[in-house]
Design a protein around this ligand. Structure first.
Ligand code: NAP
Length: 312
């Protein structure tokens, strides 16, 4: 074990609703808690324009504001919040060892993993070539750059719908390209899309190539039924096709399912005794902030119980 100051009874990895809720509970439980949240704490909600379905807010709340409040609440209750990521973990010995991106070494009695999920990419060579030159995975971050110009959003879920709606604040027109004939997005968002004259949904098409020279100039689409090609001139392309769990760090250390999610039971316990998981990193189904927060609470209570158990 390294020196005293680097040991925390509980280390939480992540900085979304699951991570901060866990921290609120463990710090409030009087247990020394460190949270490693990376350089931009907040998780996916930082990219969510308005949240209408988190209880306690009669009016929509900006994702960034909600996360900032959670961070302040966790810190006020005594959580040490580190603006660093954890780069390596060793769960084979107890206390568990963790190494931060800056090289700092830490040990923990219990670990709560709440690293969430990352935006998925199409995997096209042209997509990679133009990232930051017209291709983006974050409408809230980059929408502003396309003021008065047309853009394209790829995807048919809630994220794509939200991105398309958000982009109408800036763009002259938003093409939403979806591979099927019906959207996956919830009814309320579908209704908003329908009502927005700036949005054109192109159903049954896939994006085959992003064209351009130094910057994006357009997209080549293909009709999945007829095979017909279509080109649209747009300087901006937003990819919103879902998320993958952020579990690279835990491969070969914890049991993961076929899609890479951490396998955790209904008490948030992972395959390693003393390591718990909460939020989108272990939830392939709901992926909701409020569910993640609830899971964070469960993980905290289980981690506190585990520490009592090993002390006895
Ligand atoms: P999602 O629900 O998994 O939707 C992904 C969309 O991208 C689907 O329409 C899918 O098409 C499409 N897609 C996936 N891979 C593709 C590919 N390779 N090429 C073309 N299209 C592809 O992901 P999400 O929209 O990010 O939402 C994830 C979760 O977060 C959901 O549970 C959602 O409810 C939640 N969420 C909630 C809110 C909110 O409450 N305000 C906001 C954002 C997200 P198919 O439909 O054909 O599968």
């Amino acid at each position: 074990m390294t020196d005293q100051t680097s040991h925390f009874d509980i280390v939480i990895i992540g900085s979304g609703p699951a991570a901060f809720t866990a921290a609120i509970y463990t710090a409030r439980g009087g247990v020394p808690t460190a949270l490693f949240g990376g350089v931009a704490p907040g998780g996916q909600l930082l990219q969510t324009m308005e949240i209408e379905n988190f209880p306690g807010f009669p009016e929509p709340v900006a994702g960034a504001d909600l996360m900032q409040n959670m961070l302040k609440q966790a810190a006020r209750l005594g959580t040490r919040v580190f603006s660093e990521e954890i780069a390596a973990v060793d769960f084979t010995r107890h206390p568990f060892s963790l190494t931060a991106g800056g090289g700092g070494a830490y040990t923990a009695g219990a670990v709560i993993i709440a690293t969430g999920a990352q935006a998925r990419w199409l995997g096209l060579p042209s997509e990679r070539k133009f990232v930051g030159k017209g291709v983006s995975g974050c409408a809230t971050c980059d929408g502003f750059f396309f003021r008065g110009r047309p853009v394209c959003v790829v995807g048919g879920g809630d994220s794509a719908a939200e991105d398309a709606l958000f982009l109408t604040k800036f763009a002259s027109k938003v093409y939403m390209v979806h591979r099927r004939d019906e959207l996956r997005a919830i009814f309320r968002l579908r209704e908003k899309l329908k009502a927005n004259p700036k949005i054109e949904i192109i159903y049954g098409h896939v994006l085959e190539e992003i064209t351009g020279d130094a910057k994006v100039t357009g997209v080549n689409l293909r009709n999945v039924k007829t095979g017909e090609a279509r080109h649209i001139e747009v300087p901006g392309v937003f990819i919103a096709i879902g998320h993958d769990p952020a579990t690279q760090l835990f491969r070969d250390k914890l049991n993961l399912d076929d899609e890479g999610y951490i396998v955790a039971d209904c008490f948030t316990a992972t395959s390693v005794y003393g390591v718990f998981a909460a939020g989108d990193v272990m939830d392939p189904h709901y992926k909701q902030a409020v569910v993640a927060a609830g899971n964070g609470c469960k993980a905290a209570m289980e981690a506190l119980g585990y520490l009592e158990e090993i002390k006895a």
